[in-house]
Design a protein around this ligand. Sequence first.
Ligand code: ATP
Ligand code: MG
Length: 233
Amino acid sequence: MLRVDGLSVKYGAVPALHGVSLEVNEGELVTLIGANGAGKSTMLKAISGLVKYEGEIIFNGESFDNCGPRNVLTMGIAHCPEGRRVFPQLTVTENLLMGAYLRHDRNEVRRDIDAFFERFPRLGERRLQAAGTLSGGEQQMLAITRTMMSRPKLVLFDEPSLGLAPNLVEQTFRFILDIRAKGTTVLMVEQNAFAALELCDRSYLLASGKLVQHGTSSQMLSNPHIREAYLGG
Ligand SMILES: Nc1ncnc2c1ncn2[C@@H]1O[C@H](COP(=O)(O)OP(=O)(O)OP(=O)(O)O)[C@@H](O)[C@H]1O
Ligand SMILES: [Mg+2]
């Protein structure tokens, strides 16, 4: 579904990714792991058109060629960025409507919003409240649901569990598994390598902007180098 080929990104003169290639097949949940500054967020930003890159990104047979975020979204890729970026002044409902701004099927949009409120009653109860007044966990759920409002074919999650209490981390991961079960393909960045590998079908490990390992969840979990360096032995 997605093929990234020899991707390189620089911020000014400073390289952040060097010739990284990866693939995501339809229906998969793939994770991107690695230490701080490894280039994980940069990879997601390149795919969603937020940074310029060299190399090739091909989605369902079409090459992106730095076509920009709006075109990428139109093609069916949505990005849930690092750090729960909800619109704080807008209400919960307005945030969800923003996520659907490219859709024209108003009744279906309403139905999706109602379904999310049924799934997360706390968001439903707060539908008319400014998103900035929600708790961190509620804002994270809102950020995830807003991303899903475009009905993406592929969704990119950047550290969706960061800063959440353990029970909310579990709720977030359950929701992401649900999203995949309902047919959306997922590429997710996750700092917690163990959780990422437990959850995914396949994973890619980045270090200093380069791809160092990739494999199925069980290959990665049993790899001695990964166990030593990322899973605490
Ligand atoms: N806007 C920017 N301008 C300059 N350098 C940047 C910018 N964004 C990221 N970088 C640098 O690019 C490298 C990769 O950053 P990136 O955010 O992709 O890493 P990451 O793997 O997501 O890290 P983290 O786990 O901390 O989120 C880092 O060295 C970072 O300092
Ligand atoms: Mg990051």
